[in-house]
Design a protein around this ligand. Structure first.
Ligand code: HEM
Length: 511
């Protein structure tokens, strides 16, 4: 090929590119969709990639760009494109109210599709009438009177957790040990939710549990997949080593739940007929699975697959969120020793320095602890963001959001708004004292989401958290090494530290 023909080919390609770019510019300035979304402030975007290059990188970078950099630069609502998909992240309490209180914007966003192979059309993902009927069916399972029956499980698993951490501390001459507390918390919350949802003990804290390993690994696989956009293509993914591992993990996870459902169905029929203790010997404590089995009417209303999807959803939602919060809570206590001492003093008063269980009657007396939990959820919300799909055009504030956009509810950015929470990076539980919180916009703080699609497990989670965290703070002191770097939060399905939660733990000397 002569130099001249290379030159002609180059000019031709350049001309094509210029024409394509001009066509694209005309399109984004005239199509009603783009005209509508371009009224919303946001960074300049490019054909094909949109703004994807700006968020490429680590998961901490992703969180920072969405929730801090862009939210601070463009304000309470902005617009970006990831590829050709339009995202509208929101952190203004007034606009959040419009979205979360509406019955129209209740469908989940595209990111949830990663969870479908595992959770199917369980409560977190389903939409429309299916979601409405399941929500109605499952709501009674979280009634106050039922939650009471789980207090024993929370205490039992807290005792196991404290025993394990206590033994590690004791194995050191000075009774102090530096450890990543996160895996211990994760195993504890998984033991709790397994017993509550399925009526089965997996003893993740004390034994080697394949189910625990599969749950943890599945989370990592989903994050790795998210970081490699070329694996979005289902064919490429299923041929990759990661895709094969994903399928194997699914088999383990689904196989475990299916096995329990099968066994429980048999013992459930036995319990219904005999009205006696159930298989596990526990009286009056009905796991969520029994409620579903009852409602299924032998497969007429809910198939075994429907039940599996709901149980897997509870396992997923009820474990990762709780362990994320517990990790950040202990970190906040460690770097704010005054707050830890206040919490400990409150607990010493309530429990008189004994090691007795925490009861429902104690809960209203744990006011300062509750404020510390709320403040942790403000600074480090377990679910830092969630999505809604716009199915039909909707007016949000002064903007018309066309169908097809994805709304991003930025919990972390909203919770760190200095106009609502002055000095947002300072951990201050007093923000949640009744007189301080009075008059705050109801949608300025929503760690459990809000409106019709809020977290069904909110009261369950708070009760569990108060019992486990009070047990830990009563017995142990948590410190942060003076030469360690502060932890960096990252969006890994839930909010997690990039480097674990390494703390120095010692037993309280009065025990
Ligand atoms: C610290 C603990 C928790 C936090 C911060 C939390 C937060 C949330 C948030 C923000 C949502 C909305 C997600 C979205 O719209 O995509 C949600 C939904 C949900 N949560 Fe939780 N959650 C927690 C614990 C739990 C527990 C313990 C359970 C079960 C026992 C649970 C079950 C669910 C379910 C089933 C949904 C879907 C509800 C629906 O769409 O109707 N969560 N949670």
């Amino acid at each position: 090929m002569s130099l001249y023909s290379v030159y002609v080919a180059f000019c031709f390609v350049a001309l094509l590119l210029v024409l394509a770019y001009t066509g694209w510019l005309i399109y984004i300035h005239t199509s009603p969709f783009h005209v509508a979304v371009n009224r919303i402030p946001g960074p300049k975007y490019f054909p094909i990639v949109g703004n994807a290059l700006e968020i490429a990188g680590g998961l901490d970078h992703l969180l920072h760009t969405f929730q801090i950099k862009w939210a601070q630069k463009y304000g309470g609502i902005y617009r970006i494109f990831i590829g050709t998909r339009c995202f509208i992240p929101i952190s203004s309490p007034e606009l959040m109210e419009v979205i979360l209180s509406s019955q129209k914007t209740i469908d989940k966003g595209t990111s949830y599709s990663e969870l479908i192979p595992w959770l199917g059309q369980g409560l977190l993902i389903s939409s429309g009438d299916l979601w409405r009927s399941r929500r109605k069916l499952l709501t009674p399972a979280f009634h106050f009177s039922i939650l009471n029956t789980f207090v024993e499980v929370f205490n039992e698993q807290s005792r196991v957790l404290c025993g394990i951490i206590g033994d590690i501390c004791q194995s050191f001459a000075d009774g102090k040990s530096e450890m990543d507390v996160y895996p211990f918390l994760a195993k504890c919350s998984l033991d709790v939710i397994c017993e509550v949802a399925m009526g089965t003990k997996i003893n993740a804290q004390t034994d080697d549990s394949d189910y625990y390993k599969a749950v943890c690994r599945m989370g990592q696989v989903m994050i790795t997949k998210f970081q490699k956009p070329w694996l979005e293509n289902q064919r490429i993914f299923s041929l990759s080593a990661l895709g094969k591992e994903h399928d194997q993990l699914l088999k383990t996870l689904h196989g475990f739940t299916e096995d329990i459902i099968r066994k429980r169905r048999k013992s459930f029929i036995y319990v219904s007929n005999n009205n006696e203790k159930n298989e596990s010997g526990i009286k009056n404590r009905l796991p969520l699975l029994d409620l579903l089995l009852q409602a299924s009417d032998d497969g007429k209303f809910l198939s075994d697959l429907d039940i599996r999807n709901e149980i897997d959803t509870f396992m997923f939602e009820g474990h990762d969120t709780v362990s994320s919060l517990m990790g950040w809570f202990l970190y906040c206590m460690a770097i704010n020793p005054d707050c830890q001492e206040n919490a400990w003093t409150e607990l010493s008063g309530v429990f008189d320095n004994s090691e007795r269980d925490c009861t429902q009657e104690d809960i209203p007396n744990l006011k300062y602890l509750e404020c510390c939990i709320k403040e942790t959820l403000r600074m480090y919300p377990s679910v830092p963001a969630f999505e809604r799909t716009v199915q039909e055009d909707v007016q949000i504030g002064k903007y018309l959001i066309p169908a097809g956009c994805t709304l991003g509810c930025l919990t972390l950015a909203t919770h760190r708004n200095p106009e609502v929470f002055p000095d947002p990076l300072v951990f201050n539980p007093e923000r949640f004292f009744a007189d301080e919180a009075n008059g705050r916009h109801p949608y300025a703080y929503f760690p459990f989401s809000a409106g019709p699609r809020n977290c069904i497990g909110q009261r369950f989670a708070l009760l569990e958290l108060k019992i486990i965290l009070s047990s830990l703070i009563r017995r142990f002191k948590f410190e942060f090494s003076s030469d360690a770097e502060l932890l960096i939060p990252s969006h890994q399905i839930t909010l997690k530290s990039l480097t674990g939660i390494n703390l120095i733990v010692s037993r309280r000397c009065n025990q």
